[in-house]
Design a protein around this ligand. Structure first.
Ligand SMILES: *Cc1c(COP(=O)(O)O)cnc(C)c1O
Length: 538
């Protein structure tokens, strides 16, 4: 009943969209696309979304298979074979809760999940764990909107996807009759680790191992991870930076000998990093939700375009915004904000991705990344979904540490705008926002705020700054940005100081650290990571 010839849409032309359906080309006026798609759906002629690698045209996987596997065997990332259109009207959207938006968005991608399965996952994920019933509240301060994605258990935006990923994975395991135990391997620049640990702790049938850079995370981030409870959790500090950790984890995934050995012992690997498509899909939700909130408050009219400014590291968060835009959400610019590790800024300027540069440790450690994994998915899409082209570029990145895209590909990046903030810019942004409105932002959010103020404040388009962490998570940087004299205070005194300055209630995630016991003490060299994994698994 489904039409295998249904191919990706060239929505870039803006005038008409080309659909290739059973070998027949249809040119459809842009304003009639929705109706056209609705007719196809009614007639049962729209193909389910399936997943394939960015690096080869192998067998297509269902959503649940792609989630279980995490990363393709050829080293590529799973991508949807087409980006589905969001067909609900703005007046429908306006009436939806976060959970309802999540359902409407995610069902389009998780096509082998039943309605009941997906709703079950959403209910279990987005519940009282979040300290705000809105899940992702939108705050207005100083004429800008901040989409607060840090009300989950670990007070950073990784909770948005990692509270649901364990449930998606459990359903996927059942669906595919998986006999083996799943071992989640995760490299973290600080926030993913804790959010994944919190999400997967004590989940039956799953073990999780997290690697973090010993000197590359904030004190609070480290404390959060090493105090993690749950028999199935392992936390390891590595002597290296995030890129080292991420590369080593990808190598373990690609190590066939090791995979075989562990399979014989009843284990399979998967990933909780944003290379897992099960991370990316839930993140699309909050872009629709932010739009829905602005509509509800009468701040925008239906169809009005808005900007999103996203503090970016591994390119997962902003890629979800790109998917939202491709699904039809009215977005003007996707503002990609980097810290001093500005490899993405340079890429958007020049079309050359070059990681051959010094790695800088900044006050926004979750963005201290030189190899932005998810950019591979964007590269695949702007290469007209051609895995061969994508593979060539990625091989270049591995061999030479860089690649250059063609001018045709670069043209397709015009929805993106890049910017970056120095350490001084970041401090100033935290201070300026506080002095203007009393609102306290964390250093990651400050990077996006600075980039927005520098390049877009004069333009009339309403802008949502994606706020990725609670200021409590980066206490020292935030408090000293607000008052230099507090630099001497210890971590716990800083908590009280921030509470005094911000009037924001101390989050439970911080309160519990005061008494939690340290449970994880392993430190290892990069090259020992595979051995550490085998040791943990017995
Ligand atoms: C992970 C993270 C980012 C970067 O997100 P990407 O999806 O890696 O681009 C930004 N801010 C915070 C607080 C994070 O934890």
């Amino acid at each position: 009943m489904f039409l295998p010839g249904y191919s990706t849409i060239d929505r870039r032309s803006r005038v008409a969209v080309k659909y290739d359906i059973n070998g027949l080309n249809w040119l459809v006026r842009v304003d009639l696309c929705t109706i056209f798609m609705q007719i196809l759906i009614k007639k049962g002629k729209i193909m389910n979304v399936t997943y394939q690698s960015t690096r080869s045209n192998g067998k297509k996987l269902t959503a649940s298979q792609a989630i279980l596997q995490g990363i393709a065997l050829d080293g590529g990332l799973f991508v949807p074979d087409h980006i589905p259109l969001f067909l609900r009207s703005f007046s429908d959207l306006k009436a939806m809760s976060y959970q309802q938006v999540a359902f409407e968005v995610m069902k389009l991608y998780l096509s082998d999940f039943s309605e009941a399965e997906l709703k079950g996952c959403i209910e279990k994920a987005y519940d009282g764990k979040f300290s705000d019933p809105a899940i992702a509240p939108l705050k207005e301060a100083g004429g800008v909107y901040y989409l607060e994605l840090f009300h989950g258990k670990t007070i950073a935006f990784k909770d948005m996807a990692l509270s649901i990923l364990p449930h998606l994975m459990s359903v996927s395991a059942k669906k595919n009759d998986l006999q083996e135990e799943i071992v989640i391997l995760t490299a973290t620049s600080g926030d993913t680790g804790k959010a994944a640990l919190a999400g997967f702790a004590s989940v039956p049938g799953i073990k999780i191992i997290v690697f973090y850079p010993k000197d590359g995370v904030s004190l609070i981030q480290e404390r959060q991870m090493v105090t993690q409870t749950g028999d199935n959790t392992h936390v390891v500090a590595i002597k290296g930076n995030f890129d080292d950790a991420q590369t080593a984890v990808k190598h373990i995934f690609g190590n066939e000998g090791m995979r075989k050995r562990l399979r014989e012992r009843g284990y399979i690997f998967s990933s909780a990093n944003s290379i897992n498509i099960g991370r990316l899909i839930p993140q699309i939700t909050y872009y629709f939700y932010a739009y829905c909130e602005l509509l509800r408050r009468g701040k925008i009219s239906a169809g009005e375009k808005i900007n999103f400014a996203v503090p970016t590291g591994n390119f997962g968060n902003i890629l979800a915004a790109y998917y939202a835009k491709e699904m039809g959400l009215p977005i003007e610019k996707l503002v990609c904000a980097s810290n001093e590790n500005k490899v993405l800024y340079d890429f958007f300027q020049s079309g050359i991705y070059d990681k051959n540069r010094d790695f800088v440790l900044t006050s926004s450690p979750s963005m201290d990344i030189l190899v932005s994994s998810n950019l591979e998915r964007l590269i695949y899409h702007i290469a007209d979904n051609d895995p061969e082209k994508c593979k060539d570029l990625m091989q270049n990145l591995t061999k030479e540490g860089q690649y250059a895209i063609t001018s045709l590909m670069k043209e397709k990046l015009k929805d993106f705008a890049g910017g970056f903030a120095s350490e001084a810019d970041t401090v100033n942004a935290i201070k300026r926002v506080y002095e203007k409105s009393g609102y306290v932002i964390d250093p990651h959010t400050a990077v996006a705020d600075f980039v927005y103020q520098k390049h877009f404040a004069l333009d009339n388009t309403k802008t949502v700054i994606v706020s990725t962490a609670s200021p409590y998570k980066f206490l020292k940087s935030v408090v000293t940005a607000l008052e230099k004299e507090s630099a001497e205070l210890d971590e716990f005194a800083l908590i009280d100081r921030l509470n005094h300055l911000s009037k924001i209630k101390i989050p439970a995630a911080i309160e519990e650290l005061k008494t939690a016991a340290i449970r994880h003490k392993t430190v290892c060299e990069i090259e020992d990571m595979p051995r550490v994994v085998e040791d943990f698994l017995g």
